[in-house]
Design a protein around this ligand. Sequence first.
Ligand code: ADP
Ligand code: MG
Ligand code: ZN
Length: 476
Amino acid sequence: MFEVVIGLEIHIQLNTKTKIFCSCPTSFGEDANTNVCPVCLGLPGALPVLNKEAVKKAINFGYAINATVHQKSVFNRKNYFYPDLPKGYQISQFEIPIVENGELYIDFKDGTKKRIGITRAHLEEDAGKNIHEDGYSKVDLNRAGTPLLEIVSEPDIRSIEEAVLYLKKLHSIVRYLDISDANMQEGSFRCDVNVSIRPKGDEKLYTRVEIKNMNSFKFIQKALEYEIQRQIEAWEDGVYEDEVYQETRLFDPQSGTTRSMRGKEDSAEYRYFPEPDLLPVILTDEMMEEGKKIPELPDQKRDRFVNEFHIKEYDAVVITSSLAMANYFEEMIKEGASAKNSVTWLTVELQGRLNSEGLDIESSPVDAKKLALLVKRIEDNTISGKAAKDVLDYLMKSDAKVDDIIDELGLKQVSDDGALYEIIDSVLQANQDKVEEYKNGKEKLLGFFVGQCMKASKGKANPAKINQLLKERLNS
Ligand code: ADP
Ligand code: MG
Ligand code: ZN
């Protein structure tokens, strides 16, 4: 039996307005090579100036993961050649990163939690992009110099499931902190996956393989599945030593496989040395204090939702995984919907409909006020839960008012005693034989009568009321 060992290196682009060492804008999707200047083009003699906003965001992150924030940290040159790196080196941090020794907790469905250590988080600059098209290889340096925070986990992750939970938790933390838009499609949240296997019970770490630059949860999952299987098969076939060695691999989504890109360099090969054009970063006490001011984070929000609204813990985990969803939920409650129904109508009914239309909660055509009103219309017995689903379908496509749709679709529930007795009496009249059986003790026929009444009312009768009034009639 094998155990999987995974450590993740995540690069997030910090959402500062300007780049980390110059004042070029960081905006995405501009014409190639328009957001550039002598500094980020790496022209000789141009000098970097550190962006204070990027530093503040890194400090914020450090405190959010309960880490040590170093008052003094140092930038280094990491030397390597690649066409998207015009200076021939990347300015990064090495021995003394700004953030060290943090942690986060992942939540499993069964309510258990697990701590994942975060070794370090350091500031660095992004490279440009190489684009291969029309028989040319082109370089776009708009991205060069975008501030990155590289977040390195301990090899504490033991399964693909844990890896995904870790990624999602980290993703939500940086979104809560508003230090990155963490948009995976646009590459502002990317991940290098390190993975090895070992016989269960073995404490030692075996050779790891690094899969580079993944930017989708699904691909990370698929790449890990393939890579773990590859390593296990090599072990079982007795060729582990030959086939699993320290290297960098790339995932090919088309074939679902990973393939070798290059041997993995050791850090010594980068010839790191302190960046002579930048002083060490020394944080003032004031900046340190200021950096401790962080908003309520997912774990705290989860606990508060459980205590304040008495919802199930795992529901709270799901809702607080996204700040937008958490805010939506709280607004529904403020509008007077019950917590229990808000959970269902938000996480199941609305979320299901959003998923099938490829929308997220931020772009939901139904806002929290409306969904809350819909829930209240169930709770005040105006409509049935079933009818509410039809109303929600309608709301997804129209910006009409909830009450207008209920009227227009004729969904109002009948709760008026007189009208309900009419329905009940006609059903009992038509089923006198069964009424006889009921009176002789076959009480489970009640369900049959309720069903008939609901049918006769075309689903509009209030089922709880029908139940109550039926019993009164039958037992009188
Ligand atoms: P580098 O910076 O050269 O990629 P590090 O030693 O900093 O190397 O490790 C990078 C990542 O690899 C970390 O997330 C770490 O947890 C993970 N890692 C290290 N050893 C292993 C291993 N044997 N199996 C899986 N992951 C590992
Ligand atoms: Mg690495
Ligand atoms: Zn620039």
